[in-house]
Design a protein around this ligand. Sequence first.
Ligand SMILES: *[C@@H]1O[C@H](CO)[C@@H](O)[C@H](O)[C@H]1NC(C)=O
Ligand SMILES: *[C@@H]1O[C@H](CO)[C@@H](O)[C@H](O)[C@H]1NC(C)=O
Length: 962
Amino acid sequence: MSTHTGRKNSNNAFIRFTKHFFLLAFVILVFIIMIAAVKRQDFRTCAQTSFCRRNRAYADKAASSPYNVIEDTIKIEDGVISGELINSKNKIYFIFEIHLLINNVVRIRVNEKSPLKPRYDRVKDWSLIQEPIITLEYTENTVKDGFTSISFGIDRNHKVIIHHAPFRVELLDNDLPVITFNDRGFFNIEHLRKKDDPVNSQPDKLVIQSDDSADLISEEIQENIKEKQEDGSWEETFNGKKDSKPNGPESIGLDISFPGFGHVYGIPEHATSFSLKETRGGQGAYDEPYRLYNLDVFEYELDNPMALYGSIPFMMAHRKGASVAVLWLNSAETWIDVVKSKEDKHGLSSFLNFGKTTPISTHTHWFSESGIIDVFAFLGPTTSDIFKQYGSLTGFTALPQSFAIGYHQCRWNYLNQLDVAEVDAGFDKHDIPYDVIWLDIEHTDNKKYLTWDKTKFTDPEKMQRDIGRKGRKMVTIVDPHFKKDDNYYVYKEAKDLDILTKDNNDQVYDGWCWPGNSVWTDWTNPKAQDWWAKKFAFDQYKESTEFLFIWNDMNEPSVFTGPEITMHKDVIHYEGWEHRNIHNLFGMAYHAATAQGLINRTIPHRRPFVLSRAFFVGSQRFGAIWTGDNSVSWDHLAISSPMLLTIGISGLPFSGVRWYQTGAFQPFFRAHAHIDTKRREPWLFGEPHTSYIRDAIRQRYILLPFWYTLFQEASTDGMPIIRPMFVIFPNEEETFSMEDQYFVGNSLLVKPITSQGQTSTEIYFSRNEVFYDYYTFKKVKGSGKVKVIAPINKIPVFLRGGSIIPRRQRFRRSSLSMRSDPFTLLVALDKKGEATGSLYLDDGETYEYQKGHFIHRKFNFTSRKLLSTSFIDGQIIDKENNYIKSNQDLRVERIIIVGIDRAPKKIIGYYNDLTDDKKELEFSSGGTNYIGINIEEISKDVVIIRDPKLFISKDWTIEFVN
Ligand SMILES: *[C@@H]1O[C@H](CO)[C@@H](O)[C@H](O)[C@H]1NC(C)=O
Ligand SMILES: *[C@@H]1O[C@H](CO)[C@@H](O)[C@H](O)[C@H]1NC(C)=O
C-alpha cells in the first residue's frame, strides 16, 4: 500500500514557494500544515456540476422510461442481440447491442444511431486486453410480445431478458434476477446537438416534458432554453475557470440494480467504508454521489465520496451464495449514486431463505459526462470467478520483479549523494533489510525530469552502482509535465514531434506545475507512447543504470493552475478528442509508456517497476505495485479502510511502530515522508522502537516467498493478494462489511492496530475453522469476536488452519541476497489434520518464467504425511529448466507443523523417486518460534523437523510413523 497519497501539492503559490525554504522557520511550517488540509472549495460538488445536476434531476423526475425497443429491428446473431431504441419523447434513435461472452459475462453497449459526430468509444482500446470472446452457448427462448429471452452458459443456467417497452434488461442466474438495467428508468443519453438549434439545445427538457412541438417556441420554453444554457450545458465556469463545451451536453446515464444484494463494494478511489454507503441522504448516508475523476487532492478528507487520484468504475455486489459485478467502461468524469431498499417485487425472500424478512436490494445510478454506454456484467457466481472474469478482460496483475515486494525507503527528498550513502549505510549498521531507496523531485536539474541536479548528485551512476552492489535498487520520480524551456531536450523533442496537448485555440496547452510554466504531452497519441518508451534507454536517460526504476507521480494530471488542479476539459488530444473524454485514462496511458520504456531498455527484457499515482481500468498490467495494491481495485478495497486513509492524510497519525507493522502486511511496503517533516529513518525512532521496526521489516522479509507466490497467483487468476473477509467466508454475513481485518492470501489473518496506545483488539474468527497465533502457534480459543492482546511489539496475525506457508528465515540486507537461502515450511493443520500450500520461484527479474523456467511446488499434508509435488502437471523439469538448473541446491532447512494431535514416534523423509534411502529425520516438540523474535515459548502441539536435507525442486514425502 502506498503511503504517498496526498504527498504534496497545493495550488497555493505560497506553499510552492516556501517548500524550497522549508528549513527556514518552524512558524512557517506550522502555517503550511494548517493551510494545506484539503480545500473542499477547490473541488466541484454534484450541484456545481451541470451534468451531475441534470442526471440526478432526471432520476428524481423519472416516472416511466421513454426508451423503447423497436421490435422489428431485433436481431439475434452469433451471440449478439441487437436492435434499435427510440426515445419516444424526442424521437431520437439509438442502437443497442447485448453480447453474450464466455465465462458468464454479458456486455451491453448503447450508442446514438446517427450522432452529429462520433461519440468517444476508445476506452476499450486502453482497458481491454483483447476483443472479448463471444459465446455460442445459448438458446433463444420464445420471443413473445413485449420481451426477448435467451438462456446462455454451458448449462444454460443464465438468462438475459430484454423488456421492450420501456427498454429494460434483466440478468438471471438459475431463474433468480441478479442484475437489472434501467429498472428505475434512469437510462438517459443526451444526444449530440447544435447550440443554435432551439429545440435541440435543451439537454433534458425534451425528454421529460411535452413533445408537442407547437409548444416549443412558446415563451416559457424560450425561458427554459435560456435557463438551460445558463445552467452549464453549453459552457460552465468553476472557480473562475471556464469549460467552453463546444459539443454541449452529451452525458449518459443508467441505473443498475442488484436485487437481494445488501452490500456493494468497489469504485475506488474514495476515502470511504469498504461496504459502500448510500448517497442520497438520510441517516448514515452521503448527500453526494461517489465521484470518479482523477484529481490531486492534497490531504483529503476521510469518510467522503469525493474523487481522489485514481478511478476504477468496477463494482461488486455480494449476498449469501452469490457475487456479481459490473464494469462501467468510461473514462470521462463519472458519478455513482447508491441507495438500498427493502422491497420484494421479485419474490426473492422465498428463494433466498430470508423467511419472513425482506431482503435488502441495492440500486445504483451511474452517469458519465460523455462517451457511450459500454457496461460489462460479471455473473460469478463466486468472487474468485469474478476476479478471473475481470482479469481475463482487462489483464491480470503483471508479475513484479522480486525486489518490488521488499521494503522501500522514501522521502521527499534525500538531499544529495552523501545523504543517500549514509541512509543506505544506516540500514546495514542497524541490521535492517531494505531493497529500494527513492529520490523525489529535488534530484532533478530544476524539475526537468530525466536529468540530475549535478551539484547534489555529482556521480549518479556511481551512486546507483554502489546501491546495486548490495543487491538494492533506486527509484527516481518522473512526472508527466515538462518544463517549457527550449534548452530542455525532452520538451524540445515533444514540441518538435507535435505531440503536446493543445488548448481550444489550437495553441500548445500550458499551465503551472513543479517546474513553473509546463506543458503536457498527449499520452493517448501512439507517437508519444513510442517516443516516451524510448526515453528510458540508457543512452537517452543519461546516467541511469539497470538499478534504477521509476515513480510516475502527478499524472491525474495535476495542473496547479487548472480547474480543480487538473487539466481543462476542452484541451485537445489525439485525433481531436477532448480531454473530457479521456481524463481518467490519461494517467494510465503515461504509466503504460513508462513501463514499456523500462521493459525495453535491456535485452533480454526485464520486468518494469513503475509506481503510478493515477490509475484506471487496466493499470494492473503496467505497475505491479498498484496492482498489488488493488488488483486493481481489490486489495486496495480490502484496506481502503479508514486506517490506511488516515496514514495517507497525515503521514504518521499513530506511532511509527504500528505504521511499519501495518505496512509489513500490505502488498507494497514503503515509508515515505513529506519534505516538511522530520527525518524518520527507522533508527531515528530510538530504542525500543527501532527494534520493533526492525522486527516488523524482518517479518516482511521472512515471508517474501509467500508474498511472491501470491503475486504469481494474482498474475494468472486475478486473485487479490490481500483479501476481504467476505471473499474468504462468503456465507458468513458478519463478514460482509468487515474492513478492519483481512487475509494475506488465504492463510494469514491480519488485524492492524490503528489507534494510539491500543494494546488489545477484537478479531472475528470463523466458527467453522481453526486459527493459530502466528508467533506462539497457540490455538485460538473461541470463535466469533474474540479479544486478543496486541502489545506494541506485536501485530495481531493469525495462521489459518489448513495452510502451508513458505518462509526464508535468515536475515540479510536485501531480498536479492536471500535468493539462495533455504526454506522453512510452516504447516498449520485444520480440524481434519490437513493442510495445503504452494511455493513459486523464478529469477525475479526477466520474462524467462514465461518459457517455463521456474519452480512451482504444491505441498499437501494429509494422513500424517507431507507431500511435495509439482504444482502443475507437465511443468518443464530439471534439464530443460534453466531456473532449476541454476538452483539445484535450494533446499528445505526446517519444517514446522502446528496443531498436531499426537506427537509421532519417528519421522522419515525420502524422494518419491527413491533416488536416496529413506532417512529418519531429527525433530523436536516445542522450542522458540524461529523467527528471531522470542515473544513466548511456543505451543506444545508443534513438531519442528530440523534440516530434512530435501531439495525444493524435487518430489518428496515426509511421513510420521506412529
Ligand atoms: C519494445 O521492444 C519490442 C520487442 O522487443 C518492440 O517490438 C517494440 O517496438 C519496442 N518498443 C519501443 C517503444 O521501443
Ligand atoms: C491432498 O492430498 C489428498 C490425498 O491424496 C487429496 O485428496 C487432496 O485433493 C490433496 N489436496 C490438494 C490441494 O492437492
